[in-house]
Design a protein around this ligand. Sequence first.
Ligand SMILES: Cc1cc2nc3c(=O)[nH]c(=O)nc-3n(C[C@H](O)[C@H](O)[C@H](O)COP(=O)(O)OP(=O)(O)OC[C@H]3O[C@@H](n4cnc5c(N)ncnc54)[C@H](O)[C@@H]3O)c2cc1C
Length: 414
Amino acid sequence: MNRSIIVLGAGMVGVSCALALQKRGGRVTLIDRREPGRETSYGNAGLISRSSILPLNNPGLWKSLPKYLSNRHAAVRYRFGHLLRNPGWALGFLSEARPGRLGPRVAALESLIAPALPLHKRLMTEAGIAWRLRDNGFLELWRSEAGAAAAEARRIWLEDHGVRIEALDRQALSALEPGLNPIFSAALLHRDSASVDWPGAVVEAYAGLFAARGGTILRDEVTALSRQGEGWRAIGKSTQHEADLIVVALGPWSAELLRPLGLKVPLNVERGYHRHYRPAQGRFLNRPIYDVEASYMLAPMERGLRLTSGVELAHRDAPDDHAQIEQVLPRAREAFPLTEPAEDVTWRGARPTLPDSLPMIGQAPRNPGLWLAFGNQHIGFSTGPVTGEMLAAMVCGETPLADPAPFRPERYLK
Ligand SMILES: Cc1cc2nc3c(=O)[nH]c(=O)nc-3n(C[C@H](O)[C@H](O)[C@H](O)COP(=O)(O)OP(=O)(O)OC[C@H]3O[C@@H](n4cnc5c(N)ncnc54)[C@H](O)[C@@H]3O)c2cc1C
């Protein structure tokens, strides 16, 4: 391919698109208003998950809904006014939780997630950061007896979907993670998943690889897109950029630039927070844990243990509300001896989510040359490289490594 391409957004998804297009001969310019990997792709839990194939809006959501409606649960909080202002998204999200919609969405997520770890391994080796990968799985943990039954049901379901899971008893868990307090009655080790010790640094290294291979990275805030003859123009705050093709990979900011083109994308966000804590002397974790009944993740990172919170349904830019992360901190301390914060900040990010919890990957209808790659919800750090490979294959008319039909923009855009 000998075409000029602008990729907007240097998060995991945009950088991966840039690399995959460059590999196919594209002359690629990557534009972001910040350094690569400083937004959502920075603050996640760093999990490259093979198991996240059950969307949050699955039929089980109906059973959990009453406890979430109280707005006190650590897993899901919402701002009522925000949902009222986005009825289309909220109703669409709930409507996707009906049983008949589950199978096709699980299959689509599986097709996106199964190739993720091998692609990351290749990129990490090429970028010289293979040492950032912990290929030792992650742990899902349950405290109660009822939780033990849930763990068993989940093990069976995941194994039916080809995911390798090992159920651990208390003794095996303590041998694997001696730093944990013995409060868990059931544990699943997700063997096909892996994690990294600093997600932002991984994106930065992938962007470095793109630049080392001759790609151009520019800092600019893009405010509008327009057709320019057969190609496209991105109007930035500092300058204008033109290319044959343009890829919008702006994560939670993707919808705004498309609206003036008549493309109304029902994109919303599931916000989340993190904080880093120091472990007590001599205690450590070897891999991320998810404490299912307490609704937090704790992931060992370069700068401490990263405690991440559940979902907050609020406007992307609304002020912080630390209630969820404050709520889970004492629960996390029951499981692991966290001491003082390692930094004085609480990070907030926004998972970009479409009503069906599947990303949009493909060419925008009625806009030849305008390509879309966003909406990777809870799994964008994992699935960025697969998204990039799929998009680049479609741009070049190759067969993508997963069926693109479930991700086609036409499901929401006419
Ligand atoms: C708390 C939390 C935990 C998570 N844990 C995991 C996990 O363990 N594993 C996993 O796979 N996923 C996880 N996720 C989800 C994952 O982080 C996201 O799906 C992923 O980072 C989205 O990547 P992206 O490239 O689409 O968006 P982003 O990383 O947000 O990138 C978008 C880029 O666009 C740029 N931009 C925006 N507007 C403009 C503009 N006008 N002009 C120029 N540039 C612009 C931004 O600066 C940014 O760099 C988690 C998310 C959260 C919030």
